[in-house]
Design a protein around this ligand. Structure first.
Ligand SMILES: NC(=O)c1ccc[n+]([C@@H]2O[C@H](COP(=O)([O-])OP(=O)(O)OC[C@H]3O[C@@H](n4cnc5c(N)ncnc54)[C@H](OP(=O)(O)O)[C@@H]3O)[C@@H](O)[C@H]2O)c1
Length: 300
């Protein structure tokens, strides 16, 4: 549960790097495959297509808006990149624009995408509180916030976020952050769960800090995830997603391939055992690598 009255489905569809013209079909394939949560962002430039896909799927499958869980994110503006940081009012206006593009009157979860612009973080969080009060989102949270960023909100006397969406997978387990989130009842949502796969973001132009040697590791026949996949009769992607849901993290795998979309949803029929979990617990390498600019939880 994100809050006493808002439940987030454990399985969602990620949509980063899916174009606005392609995403509607991907979203409706995913909903047909059983996904009920979709993750997008102002910064992904695909909210119109996501909204179109949701409408197509609702009509085709006789679903209503309340059957679906939609997350979108505020682009906070990063002064270090020359962006104008959002303030309290422009934060609410940004959500209004996202709602217009999505074609809905509210989302289920609205997140601050990253802890950029130290002097504006509190105002942005107040903007999210205003938006929730106005019924534009059912729950509010953050993304890529570290303990320090979360403590800043707490010491300002503001209510805690319901969720923190962060890069979490066996290579980036963030134990200190996860402990803090658990202590304060903040749900960790795992993104980029599939980073250790050799097939993760291989198309040209899909920037990240993943090195060629990390990519090569996934190809090795003795890769630990390959061994676990063989043992359970599943794929390596399913092992990685299953690890996250066994930690209690909702997952949001992205794929444009209908067969992968279906397979990524099929993660509830097996359980990683104590040996698997012990092996994975020793694989943590520290920072995430999904952002080319470096793990944003390290941001000022
Ligand atoms: N808040 C943030 O800052 C932040 C940052 C990053 C991501 N996210 C969110 O999290 C979502 C997921 O993260 P992500 O897109 O970085 O990566 P991901 O979902 O972990 O992995 C996606 C990559 O793996 C490939 N893939 C997917 N399923 C596969 C399978 N079954 N077998 C083999 N390869 C597979 C995909 O290729 P194909 O598409 O070709 O199948 C794609 O290259 C994003 O889409 C976005 O919604 C949020």
């Amino acid at each position: 549960m994100l809050t006493p009255d808002v439940e987030i489905p454990l399985l969602g569809l990620g949509t980063y790097l899916i174009g606005d013209d392609q995403v509607a079909d991907v979203v409706s394939d995913a909903i047909a495959a059983g996904y009920r949560q979709v993750d997008t962002a102002e910064g992904y430039g695909n909210e119109r297509g996501v909204g179109e896909g949701l409408r197509q799927a609702m009509a085709a499958q006789n679903l209503t808006r309340s059957d679906l869980f939609i997350t979108t994110k505020l682009w906070p503006g990063n002064p270090a990149w020359g962006d104008q940081p959002k303030d309290r009012r422009s934060t609410v206006a940004s959500l209004d624009a996202s709602l217009e593009r999505l074609g809905v009157d509210h989302v289920d979860l609205y997140l601050i995408h990253a802890p950029y612009g130290a002097e504006n973080r509190i105002a942005q969080w107040q903007g999210l509180l205003d938006a929730r009060e106005q019924g534009k989102t059912r729950a509010i949270g953050v993304s890529n916030f570290s303990v320090r960023h979360l403590e800043e909100l707490r010491t300002a006397g503001l209510p805690a976020p319901a969720a923190d969406q962060v890069e979490l997978h066996p290579w980036s387990q963030k134990p200190e952050l996860v402990r803090y989130l658990t202590d304060f009842g903040i749900t960790p949502i795992a993104y980029s769960s599939l980073v250790p796969l050799s097939t993760w973001r291989t198309a040209p132009g899909q920037d990240s800090a993943k090195t060629d040697s990390m990519r090569a590791e996934g190809e090795q026949s003795d890769s630990p995830f390959r061994a676990m996949a063989r043992k359970h009769g599943v794929s390596e992607a399913q092992v990685l997603l299953r690890w996250a849901v066994q930690q209690g993290y909702p997952v949001i795998p992205k794929s444009t391939d209908p067969a992968r979309i279906r397979a990524n949803a099929d993660i509830f029929g097996f359980t990683l055992d104590a040996d698997d979990l012990a092996a994975i617990s020793s694989m943590d390498r520290g920072d995430g690598i999904a952002w080319a600019a470096g793990d944003p939880t390290k941001g000022a």
